[in-house]
Design a protein around this ligand. Structure first.
Ligand code: ADP
Length: 555
């Protein structure tokens, strides 16, 4: 791009001759007045303004003076008349870049233009340089401030680091657990206060020693090296090995260390944690704490817990039992009331009937029989309840006498044959001894009571078939049995039927009369007579009750 030269002159032929002279080298703009020149300056970047001084509207110098500060890069040449020396001085003061006297010579003009354009280029370059320099300066300033802030930060973090270091050192020193840093062979590099106390030595003595030696491992009593056994079993060694191999930063383990205390070995349980330290040589930070007592306490706690659990479960089952027994009691009372009310109603009802006049004799007999039966039933209940209360207060007396067991068997036959015939059940007695051999000393009435209870039950729970009863002599004992082929007793109920007031059918719709104390009384009586009672039964097939009494033969 050619530099732009603006030539101002009110004489048009001057303008034209200038254009012709310099158009090849420069981009020429011509203005016949300063007004036109000003317009061009606004539109284009002009390297040089050449203005004629003597112009009618505004002189060239006045124009340059006016616009110079607006276009400081542009250079200015004033065209003057030959004798205007004062004007030239004035113009130089204004800061023009050259002046040429009119009429100008081509060479002179060309030289002046070259100088002015060069000056313009230099000014331009200068300005660009100044801008770059300013920019550079700005960058340097920024850089400088960054460095300052970085160094402040560095200083701050350095002081924080040293604070932290101090803190860590204090923690390390005062930790209540032992901390030891060892190399791969378990040689001690450093140890904290608690560790030194545990080893019972000073820091100088402990550094460089094998861990086992410093901490009195009983495997190392006299030797300076770990024994093979120690190498295999030592938890310190295996923790160090593991940490280095896996570069783990938190390996935890627990185990025994055999300490040599005054010649004897004490196994201490320790909880150990190992951390691999990344240094020039492999190092492991070991921290450990003795937890022997803790473990002992835990074991004791566990035992205590077990005991408490068992007490708890006993309490729970006692509560359940007491609840059950509450329910049982209410059931028992309801049952007893029912068992008393039934014969009572019979007695009252049929005695009222008897009071009516003109009842035929045969009916009277039936009614009287019912009243009699009901009274016996009542009497039995009352006797049973009395017996039970005597048993509970240990007031049941045994009155021994001499009697013939065979006769007693036949008495029972007479007593029950009527019932057997009525229910169409075969009743078969059995006697094992000769009559004279069967005379014994025992409580006859109680024996009758037992047999009576068991036969009553056999009849009650048997609908058809047969009931066999009798005794055998076995090992100085008379073993009685009462066998029926009635409803039988389920296996899980068999050990409960001897409990007071227990009835297998107690929860079902009760079909069988009774208050559930017959077997419990019988058991107590058998025991008082010196024997024992048991049963064999199959549900749906029948039951056999056995009991023994000593064969105290009467002399
Ligand atoms: P009770 O006969 O008055 O109910 P017991 O103490 O004599 O009371 O008997 C307790 C329970 O044992 C009976 O209710 C019955 O469920 C069962 N039992 C006793 N003897 C027999 C038997 N021979 N056959 C079947 N169940 C029997």
């Amino acid at each position: 791009m050619k530099p732009v030269i603006l030539y101002i002159d009110d004489e048009l032929e001057n303008l034209e001759s200038f254009r012709l002279a310099f158009r090849n080298h420069y981009d020429i703009e011509l203005a016949s007045s300063t007004l036109i020149a000003e317009k061009i300056l606004k539109e284009k970047e002009v390297a040089l303004v050449i203005a004629d001084h003597k112009m009618p509207s505004e002189t060239g110098l006045a124009f340059i003076k006016r616009i110079k500060s607006q276009y400081p890069l542009t250079t200015y040449i004033l065209l003057t008349a030959y004798s205007e020396l004062e004007l030239v001085i004035n113009a130089i003061n204004v800061g023009i870049d050259g002046y040429i006297q009119k009429p100008w010579l081509h060479n002179e003009m060309s030289f002046a233009i070259e100088n002015a354009v060069e000056k313009y280029e230099l000014k331009k370059q200068n300005i660009a340089l100044v801008v770059t320099l300013k920019k550079r300066n700005e960058q340097l300033k920024q850089f400088n401030s960054q460095i300052t802030s970085n160094s402040t930060k560095l200083l701050k973090s350095q002081s924080e680091l040293s604070k932290r270091e101090k803190l860590l050192a204090a923690i390390y020193k005062n930790l209540p657990i032992a901390v030891v840093i060892v190399d791969e062979n378990t040689r001690i590099i450093t140890v904290n206060h608690t560790g030194r106390n545990l080893a019972g030595t000073t820091e100088n003595e402990i550094i460089g020693q094998l861990f086992g030696k410093a901490f009195h491992c009983s495997y190392m009593k006299d030797s300076m090296e770990c024994t093979d056994k120690a190498r295999e079993t030592c938890i310190i060694r295996s923790a160090v090995k593991h940490s280095i191999e896996h570069k783990t930063d938190n390996f935890k383990t627990e185990g025994q260390l055999p300490f040599n205390l005054n010649g004897s070995t004490i196994n201490k349980i320790i909880s150990l944690s190992a951390t691999y330290l990344e240094q020039e040589q492999p190092m492991v930070l070991l921290s450990f704490d003795e937890i022997t007592q803790q473990r002992k306490n835990e074991t004791q706690l566990l035992i205590q817990n077990k005991k408490l659990e068992s007490i708890n479960s006993k309490l729970e089952s006692a509560i359940i039992k007491s609840k059950e027994s509450d329910m049982l009691k209410s059931g028992i009372i309801a049952n007893i009331s029912h068992e008393i009310r039934t014969p009572m109603n019979g007695i009252i009802g049929f005695s009222e009937m008897l009071m009516k006049p003109s009842i035929p004799d045969e009916k009277k007999e039936i009614y009287l029989n019912i009243i009699r039966e009901s009274s016996f039933r009542l009497l039995r209940i009352v006797n049973d309840i009395l017996d039970i209360s005597k048993i509970e207060t240990d007031n049941l007396d045994i009155i021994n006498e001499s009697f013939c067991v065979n006769s007693l068997i036949m008495e029972m036959q007479l007593l029950f044959i009527h019932k057997a015939t009525k229910k169409n059940i075969e009743l078969i007695p059995h006697k094992d001894l000769q009559d004279n051999e069967s005379v014994i000393i025992s409580d006859r009435l109680r024996l009758v009571q037992i047999l009576n209870n068991l036969l009553e039950n056999a009849f009650k729970f048997t609908e058809k078939g047969k009931i066999e009863y009798g005794y055998l002599l076995k090992n100085d004992f008379l073993e009685f049995y009462i066998a029926d082929n009635g409803i039988g007793i389920a296996e899980e109920q068999q050990n409960k039927v001897f409990e007071g007031f227990y009835q297998v059918q107690m929860n079902n719709n009760r079909k069988f009369a009774g208050i559930g104390v017959g077997l419990s009384i019988s058991q107590k009586l058998v025991e008082l007579l010196g024997g024992k009672i048991w049963l064999k039964s199959f549900e749906g097939k029948g039951s056999t009750f056995y009991f023994t009494i000593p064969y105290n033969k009467s002399q």
